[in-house]
Design a protein around this ligand. Sequence first.
Ligand SMILES: [Zn+2]
Length: 274
Amino acid sequence: MPNRRTVDMLHMSWTEVAEALEQQPVILLPIGTLEQHGPHMPIGNDPLVAQYVALRTAEQTNALVAPPINYGCSAVFRNFPGTYPVKPETLANVLRDVCKAFISQGFRKLVFFNNHGGNEFVCEQVARELKAEFGIVIGNVYPWNLGYALMRDTYDDPNKAYGHGAEPETSAMLAMFPEDVLLDRKESGGYRPFGGWQVQGYTKVSVPGQSVSGTVYLDADEVAPNGVTGDSSMANVERGRIWIERVVGFAVAFVNQFDSVTSASAVNGRSPVA
Ligand SMILES: [Zn+2]
């Protein structure tokens, strides 16, 4: 494994950062949230995996991993112990300030490694603000979503396996952080009716006679009491290793592409607006 000092800014001195800046690296910014992921997995699932994938990616590209933002927007899980959401405007303010600090020192290539769906609209909003203000294009890599897209062929029925706190999250965590997965507490789960609604998701309900869902905003514990919405019995470490290979493989290809396109482009390539 490469020296962590060469890819992880948390471990670097200011003189090393100054030297790295001369190479105009791609800055990978892990963004997570703290929320329940079933009885068997850590509340830090999203940020731990964001940082893991970012570090493996940086080792194989011209990139540095920025110190992560671990708090995010998880209000849907707010009634589970261990879920500590911040407001979208709070995350937006932190994310905007952090990016502006990097940009003001001359970094022009930023890729978010946001690993939580509830943060997505905040990331897009801030990226669009920064594009308008500084004329730079910002990218995003979403490891859990990539895993959903890239792992379907490894399950007989991915729709049954997939879900929050289920698959492919549990397999991926078994391969990345085996000591953090409590196999004796592993449970499967799904949605149950709530308050007269037939529930299909935290915000999705059946409408009689209709083939598309309606939207109501429910709390996760009301519709999935153990926090799990899929079949975690299919989890195993071999699947997790495939997850790492495919997700990191895509992230490396994307960051290399981002690096070469932005190097050649007048958009991110011009000198910083301080
Ligand atoms: Zn999440």
